[in-house]
Design a protein around this ligand. Structure first.
Ligand code: ZN
Ligand code: ZN
Length: 306
């Protein structure tokens, strides 16, 4: 089903027809429709080779939309999906690394924008995994993006709504097997935007890892005039300060280009636990987004003063 409007029944094939028939006989139960937006960014859909980042951390995303698999003896954690229909690509990537897609137990996201969460509902259905998210991104996840702060009147659902099993706050930990992730609330890009820190082992060494959500400012966002998110400018400022205080042996981010993936890794490259170290690059990247934010803030202030 690839029309402008999709009707979700939660099953596929013949089961869907049977289920739809049952549901049609009842008042609206669990059917949710959403408007499927055209995906024009080819880098979002282009496959990219799955690869080991460091220790138990693996890249399973597309060319630009990063998704990370963290494996543990008790099952796996998946951070982010891609846009629509990314479940199959992620599954292929997970299996190419020798792991089982069905062993994904926990789903996380760095931000509730459709390019990172559109297939959470499908992956949750297929794996039975639980979804944890920062409490301020929960409404957007559960209404398919309708309550995105850029659209105070609502925009309609643009991805399949997905229920969140646990709402998280800054400093909360996510534990699976012997792996413990800590959530860092980094709001601005979305209200519940999140980064994660944790340790992973490799070759007798422990590496600290940071999956950071960069504070980029999307089109349509006005820092000084955002009725759906009045405190956005202050949130961004606090996020940049907090991110500059973080450090890790290895860092990655929500988009490949946000951590210069293509400069650091070429398809076919062998595993090197230092490949994504780059501590100077980390600070430079945070400052790059901070400068863009400050420039936009200055422009908006000048316009207001006019
Ligand atoms: Zn985003
Ligand atoms: Zn994005």
């Amino acid at each position: 089903m690839r029309g402008a409007i999709e009707l979700f029944t939660g099953r596929s094939g013949r089961a869907a027809v049977a289920l739809a028939t049952v549901l049609l006989a009842l008042p609206a139960v669990s059917q949710v429709s959403f408007e499927r937006r055209p995906v024009t960014n080819e880098a979002w859909l282009e496959p990219f080779p799955a690869h080991r980042v460091v220790g138990d951390v693996y890249y399973v995303g597309t060319y630009d939309l990063a998704a990370f698999l963290i494996t543990t003896p008790a099952g796996h954690i998946l951070i982010n999906t891609g846009v629509y229909d990314s479940a199959d690509m992620i599954r292929t990537s997970v299996e190419s690394l020798g792991f089982e897609f069905d062993d994904i137990e926990i789903l996380l996201t760095t931000q509730a924008h459709w390019d990172h969460v559109a297939d959470l509902a499908e992956i949750k259905r297929r794996t039975g995994a639980r979804l944890f998210a920062h409490e301020d991104d929960v409404p957007v996840l559960e209404d398919g993006g309708n309550s995105d702060f850029r659209f105070p009147e609502g925009r309609g659902a643009i991805f399949e709504p997905v229920s969140v099993d646990r709402a998280l706050q800054h400093g909360d930990t996510i534990e699976l097997g012997d792996t413990v992730l800590t959530l860092h609330h980094h709001p601005g890009h979305t209200k519940g935007a999140s980064s994660f820190t944790f340790d992973t082992e490799d070759g007798g060494r422990t590496y600290s890892v940071l999956v950071v959500n960069m504070g980029s400012v999307n089109n349509g966002v006005e820092l000084l005039n955002m009725p759906g998110y009045p405190e956005i400018a202050e949130d961004y400022a606090a996020t940049f300060a907090a991110q500059k205080d973080l450090s890790a042996d290895v860092w990655v981010s929500s988009h490949g280009r946000h951590y210069d993936l293509y400069d650091k890794f070429m398809p076919g490259d062998s595993y090197d636990p230092q490949r994504f170290a780059d501590p100077e690059g980390y600070i430079a990247k945070i400052e790059e987004y901070e400068q863009l934010y400050l420039r936009q803030l200055a422009t908006e202030r000048a316009q207001q003063a006019r």
